[in-house]
Ligand binder design. Structure first.
Ligand code: NAD
Length: 364
């Protein structure tokens, strides 16, 4: 697919038409004010989610936010990182805008993100990675959609100690989930006029698990003759991504490879501060950035709000406010192209609040 300047940076109608089953475009606009669960999250979460909410308000879309705590802050306040009221809210709204949640390394409770994605069967994680005009990176015109299976693989969290000094982590791959995510990727590609799906794997080593994932992808690919299908081993794919990212269009990955490759792809377009994300299921969606709680900059008011603001735009697409979402993306582009108000991660001196205010001014 030709990558024109118009495709750079997130403006225009290329944000990914997808609804909760990934097939028929956006979810139609519901009558009345949509109710959405708002989870500010941990670390920089409240700073960047606050920015996204302000921009959504400024673009004129009314949302009835049901604010809920999750993660470390909920543990401190309610004694649980997933309080009952959070689950009740998600069951009722079926859609959330969520900040990142802290998960301790090697100890503590299991990832709440993984738990919520599994609980609500949000099986498709979609991350549009695009060059942002005004942000200097080694490559221009990067335009990759990362589609990651969200419910199984090593993230099933089945780990046990076999004997002292010996542990096992179980990698679960099923035909059902692999076929479902492959179909989502091809439907996404068709709906959004993409030309190539590349399945990324390590089936040379994990012949059974990644082998099954590939077989399912191949079977689905045969139903989509209009879309080219390729396969690549994950290590070679990583090398190729950082030497020739233009060789890729839609990436189809299992959970772990998808997690790692998402951050690698974010690095291609200026860092984690730029990449929005969404988790889609048949019955709902949670919108969240690729980045985490950024503990090194949390509370300093300098987090880049662009990823969260663009995640807010994905939420508006889903709710049926596509033109408001396009206006937000255009405003973000205008601010970055002008290059005057930038956060420190991209060489500027502006605060999160100043950059958010600049985006709001650019809406008008
Ligand atoms: P991270 O994404 O939080 O940060 C990695 C680096 O990118 C840091 O240097 C950080 O300052 C920078 N960065 C991230 N977001 C930025 C932004 N908006 N603006 C400017 N710089 C930004 O990854 P990490 O440090 O590995 O993880 C921290 C915590 O976040 C961990 O507890 C992890 O489990 C959690 N996490 C949560 C989610 C989620 O909730 N979906 C995703 C990833 C990580």
């Amino acid at each position: 697919m030709a990558r024109t300047a118009a495709r750079e940076g997130g403006g225009g109608a290329h944000h990914g038409k997808v609804n909760s089953d990934g097939r028929r475009g956006r979810r139609g606009k519901a009558a009345g004010t949509p109710r959405v669960t708002l989870i500010p999250g941990d670390g920089v979460g409240p700073e960047v989610i606050g920015a996204a909410v302000k921009v959504i308000e400024a673009v004129g879309v009314k949302i009835d936010w049901d604010q809920q705590l999750a993660g470390a802050i909920a543990l401190r306040r309610f004694g649980s990182p997933v309080p009952d009221q959070l689950i009740d809210s998600l069951k009722s709204t079926k859609v959330a805008l969520k900040g990142p949640l802290e998960t301790r390394v090697g100890e503590g409770y299991r990832s709440i993100n993984v738990y919520l994605r599994k609980l609500f069967e949000l099986y498709a994680n979609v991350r549009p990675v695009r060059t942002q005009a005004g942000v200097h990176t080694p490559f221009s015109g990067v335009d990759i959609i990362v589609i990651r299976e969200n419910t199984e693989d090593l993230y099933a969290g089945i780990e046990h100690q076999v004997a002292p000094g010996v542990v096992e982590s179980v990698k679960i791959i099923t035909a059902r989930a692999s076929t479902r995510i492959a179909r989502f990727a091809f439907e996404y590609a068709r709906t959004n006029h993409r030309h190539l799906v590349t399945a990324i794997h390590k089936a040379n080593i994990m012949k059974l698990s990644d082998g099954l994932f590939l077989k399912c992808a191949q079977r689905v690919a045969r139903e989509y003759r209009d879309i080219e299908y390729k396969e690549q081993i994950v290590d070679a794919a990583c090398m190729r991504l950082v030497t020739n990212p233009h060789a890729f269009d839609v990436l189809l990955l299992e959970n772990l490879y998808g997690d790692i490759v998402s951050d690698l792809c974010a690095g291609l377009v200026g860092g984690l501060g730029f990449v929005p994300g969404a988790n889609y299921g048949k019955h709902g969606a949670i919108f969240e950035t690729v980045h985490g709680t950024a503990p090194d900059i949390a509370g300093k008011g300098i987090a880049n709000p662009v990823a969260a603001i663009k995640t807010g735009a994905l939420l508006l697409d889903y709710l049926g406010y596509g033109s408001a979402a396009d206006r937000i993306r255009a405003a973000v582009n205008a601010v970055l192209r002008a290059g005057r108000v930038m956060t420190p991660d991209i060489g500027g001196k502006a605060t999160t609040a100043e950059m958010t205010a600049a985006v709001i001014r650019a809406l008008k």
